[in-house]
Each structure stands twice: as structure tokens, then as C-alpha cells.
Design a protein. Sequence first.
Length: 467
Amino acid sequence: MTATFTATYSPEDNKLRLYADRRLDAETYARVKDMGFKWAPKQELFVAPRWTPDREDLCVELADEIEPEFTTLAERAEAKAERLDALADKRQAQSSAFLRAADDLSQAFHMGQPILVGHHSERKARKTQERMHNAMDKSVKAAKSVQYWQWKAAGVESFANMKNNPRVRANRIKTLLAELRDLQRDVNHAQVCLSIWQKAETEDQIRKLSRAHVNGNALVSWERAKELEDGEISPKDFRTRSIESAKRAINSPKRRRWIDHILNRLAKKSVYSRPNKPMFIPVQRRNSGAIPEVRVIQEPLVIDRASECHVTPADVAARMVDYLGRPGDLNTLEPSAGTGALVSALLASGHSPNEICAVERHHKLARTVRRLGVAVFEECFLEYAERVRGRIEFPRIIMNPPFSQVRKHMKAARTLLGRNGHQGPSTLVALVPITFEHEGAETMEILPEDTFSTCRVRTKIVRIVAF
């Protein structure tokens, strides 16, 4: 079934448009494309960059007649600006979605959980890190495109208003008049050539005129004059061809159509105005001055698995501090500081940085904890306990010891637990595997298996109170 066409012409932009009610067959599509029409998918039409007689003939052949364009330049610009704004909104939504995805992936490194090299969780952690980076890159790219499409939309509105500016319209009329003069000048030159060639009778006159110029323009082309000089054509035939060429230039149907087309554009009062149609559209103010801010996600540390750094979740750390007791003038020890999750919970609950002593043997982790403003001893806790045993006591100890050496660390911590001159009992709160047992340890709560992102270990919080 063949397509039904509607052809329109807009004097505002001097373009022909073809509307088809269905997909074109291959032959018709090739003809339309070869004639310079391009498919506009959003408007669902074929548009030619400018009017020409051949394109007009094709439109008349397909649609029988050419109608005035249904929409004005301002209306088309407004519709395009709306499409670009919708695209900007879509990119904004994508940017937010990618940012949320990156934020969700970053929870695997919450509270500074490092990547443990050689640990079974390393592969998953690095894959999560890569996905987090990809999501953040896509979020930034989409955020930048929001600014671009908003800038394009504002440009479309401004361009439409510029095209309808009185000064621009006046310059367009000057251009049309210049094109009309060029066409008429060619016709006038052809009439002069015809008159001269009709008067030339002798061969000498013909040869002389073959290289002659009138008002700076040659009577014949250089190629045809060369044929006469080389003897490829006789003077009589040369004169006959020159006369025919001049007559074709004078009576050219296409040139006449070009002249009539320009005269019609200049003569019609409705060329630059349409009754009841807007000529200008308001340029919307769009917040496209800066790229939307994205939250910077801190890169996780990469350390050896021997550190067994499994970061305590913030909610668990807060409950451990509650089990430890109210803040007071009591020295508090964190013997396996890691990234400082428990230290941060202590500070958040009101403990003074001057009361907190942290021990961490890994230099990268120690540097992280030191930024919290507490004293950090950069050494193995077992060595630290051996060094200070009998010289210092801590009324409070809070810890998340390495699971593989939990008994050694708990034993060393108990040797440092003491009143240190204070009244009241001393307290030790620890997060340990569920298999850990001690006669003086009270189980405060059992944690779920997925408490840690790096391992699946059943753990519990215990409290030891010494009087």
C-alpha cells in the first residue's frame, strides 16, 4: 500500500516539508533522499534545507499540491525546546539514579572498611569498587549533559526570536533582493550576448568575439572558445551554438521559477507574519550554570589480610559504647582501632579525645585513626600489652579483636583492665565470635551473620565487669 503525502512550504525558513502517513517504499525513499530531504524523527517528517524548483516538482508529484506550513517558526522552536528540556530532565534523573547506585555500593566500604589483599573478600571488594567508580562516572557524565541540553534548549528559543527580529528580517530582504539582482543580471547578460552574436556575420568577427568580454563577463565560456581555436568546430557552428545558449539562458524555465519565487516571497505581506500566530517565544530561565554537586566517596584503603580489619558497623559500635557506660573522666582503651569505628562512636557519645587511647599496628589505619584527634600507638596490641603491663590500667576497654586471635587479645586486654584509682567497677566490652566463652563474660546481644560486609561470621557482644 502506497503512502499518502502532504507537502507544505514555510516562507519563514524557505523550507519544504513532506509528511507521510506510513513508511516509504525503497524507491520513493531513495528519490526523496537524493533530492536533499532529510528525515526529522521527532517531527516525523522529511524536510529540505531550502526551496528549489526540483524539490517543488517532487512535492507536487507526490502530494498533488503544496500547502502553507501548519506551524510557525516560533511554534516549532517552542516544541523543540520542550523536547530538549525533557531530555535534560531525563539525564538529571539518570544522574541521580547513578549517584544513588554509587552511594549504595559505597556502603560496602562504610566506616572506611579497607580492601583486604589476599582475603577471600578481596575479589568481591574490588569488583564493588569498580562498579562504584563506573556508577559515579556515569552520574557525572549525565550531570554534565543536563547543562548541555538546557543550553541547547535556550539556544533554540533565542535563535527563533533572533530570526524574527526586525533587523534580521530586513537583512533577509536585502539578501533576497541581491539574489534577484544576480538572476536578472544573468538574463540581461544573455540578452546582450544574443544581440552581439546575431550581428556577427564574418568568421573574423566570430573569432574575435570568442575572446571578448562585456561588462567584465565573457560572451562564451573558455572551453567553447578553446574548441574554436583548436579547429574542433567551425565559426558558423560556433555562432549557432552561442545564439542557442543565450536563448536558453533567457528563456530558462528554472531561472524564471527562481525569479518568481523570490518575487512572491518579497510581495506577500504574510511572509514574516501569520495572523493569530506568535512570532516570539519567551526564553525560559534554566538553572544550568553549574554541574550538579555529587557527593565525593572516599577511596577504600588497600591493606594486607593479616590485619583482619573488619570494620564495626556504626549502629553496632554505638550500642557497644552504650554497654560501656556513661562518659566520664575514665581512660578508655581501643586495642584494635582499625579505621576508628569504635573511636568515632566514643567521640559521638561525648567521650573526650584526651581520655581515649588507641592501638593499631598497621600504619595506614593508624594514620586514619590519628586524624580523629586521639592518641594512637602504632604497634601490635599484644606487644603493647606486654610492654605496659603493671604500669597502667584502663577502667574501660572497648574492642573488636582479630577473630583468629580473639583469645590472645582478650587475655591481654583483661591484664590491662583495672580501676586505675577510680571508684566503681572497670568494664570491658568486646565484639567476638559466638564461639568465644569466658566465665566472667556476659552476652549482651547476638549479632546477625551479615553484620560484616567482608565475612560471614556469627558474632556477639560480650561485657566483662571487674570489681
